[in-house]
Design a protein. Sequence first.
Length: 649
Amino acid sequence: MVDLFDTSARKSDGYSAKDIEVLEGLEPVRRRPGMYIGGTDARALHHLAAEVLDNAMDEAVAGYASRIEIELAADLSLTIRDNGRGIPVDPHPRFPDKSALEVILTMLHSGGKFGGDAYKTSGGLHGVGVSVVNALSDRLVVEIARDKQLYRQEYSRGHAQAPIANMGAVANRRGTTVTFHPDAEIFGAGNHLNPATLYRMCRSKAYLFKGVELRWNCAEGIPRPEGIPEKEVLHFPGGLADYLGSTLTERATVTAQPFVGEVELGDHARVEWAIAWPEDGDGFASYYCNTIPTPDGGTHELGLRAALTRSLRAYGELVGNRRAGIVAAEDVVGGAAIMLSLFMRDPQFQGQTKDRLVSPEGQKLVEQAVKDRFDHWLSDDSASAKLLLEALVDKAEERQRRKQQKEMARKSATRKLRLPGKLADCTRDSSIGTEIFLVEGDSAGGSAKQARQRDTQAILPLRGKILNVASATADKLKANQELSDLVLALGCGTGKHYLEDKLRYERVIIMTDADVDGAHIASLLMTFFYREMPGLIENGHLYLAQPPLYRLTAGDVRIYARDDAHKDELLETTFKNKKTEISRFKGLGEMPPADLKVTTMDAASRTLLRVSQQDLRTPDLVESLMGRKPELRYNFIQQNAQFAHDLDI
């Protein structure tokens, strides 16, 4: 017997001080980019552009810049130029052998936004910073026009290629110009900056800060989706109100005029908003702090919800509407079209990518600004206030009716799934002719909701890859929220409790991205239905959507290709000897709703694959590929490796 506490009985594990690695400078960023920008996919790549643009916007918000130029060059490098103060180039007090510029570009957590008065409100704090952009670019050139002198320095993968150089006098120029080219070693050779994503980013910034002019320029020859201009000056004096008007266009709203406003709160805090209530209830919500989008909301969102709800209840009590007390925040903001922008000092975000504002004072600032103005808005326009209050009271009563009617399967499932990003149900009462699309993620869910036929098509976004039921225990299966939501939405039960006549939709359609991850998610879902709802497959209810991978355009001719082979075939036949614009869809979330509708969701033009079980080997295959024994998967790969070729992973 060996004493576990007797060190003489143990073998040396070879683990010593020499195994402790210390990464210096920007090497941690290149080694683990996902820790700083969330990954190396298209979203992470465009986060680099957002960081540089945010720095230029901070100069504008601080009152030092009035113009920002954004240019996507033919080599897919991006240049962002502002006419602000210019980054300081004098030696840094703590690092006298380096300029302040080089410190900012080569050291993490350096900059002018951590203290002092250089920036009262900024979006750069608690983010990844321009040093991370430098680390993940194979080439970065910065030019500083400051004190009537022009300075220039070039970097590669985070390292200065030469000392900062004085290029001479410039009389009529000031500000910072940053040109960077993302490193293919990090992001892959096929992952490039996308004109459509960049243009939308610039456009949103112009709406968010109406005092700045953004000049967009995309080099000739770069494929641009329809609606993305080659050049445009973006300047919106009306700010968020302009955006709301351009988005809603001719859609009918409950009130004749939207609720818009802007308030300076002192101590360099400012709140701007634009809110409307579409009659069809198909709204959206976009929240920003210091021009940074916060898709997960946060404390400023909570402040807005509280302000609107309290004001409406108080107004209802004032005019004698006894039903106003049942109105909840979900009735007020659910289905509303909301734009909210907060500027504040030292905002605190959740995570490096700043998806959620967590500053406690954010709620107080927004609630204080909005409630007082909303009180006046309701009082000044009693006709609109009455229409809005009645519409929201009706909505609240409908919500309560749904809650009370537990015996109805459809109402029960809808009630339990009333969470942001969950089930968007169809309006038809009967299951005949109805469909539910199971999509991966809230982004794809948003596109699908805009592309769907509301009468017959429901959307249920699922977060990431669901549980593999073939290898999970019964307890894990029971505790999994995504699968519980799915079962509730379908209404037919699982296993021995499956009831065909309780199925709430005629078709259940799995709609995932046309890539490896999408195929994996589809496999997990099919495994779930095969194991837990076999009747769904046996009775022909389960389908796979077939979204395209490419869109090919030449003149008035537009054709979609399902994969690379189909694309090459179309180029050789239909588009032969024609100048063809090829757009590759990164995923359903980035596919325009119009394209998603015509290719994947419109019954008149789409292609669906029905899932069926006709092979007697299916049980064995499911167990081998999805079950608990990894050796069975290993054997399958060994036996079938000879048939795999041209894998694009």
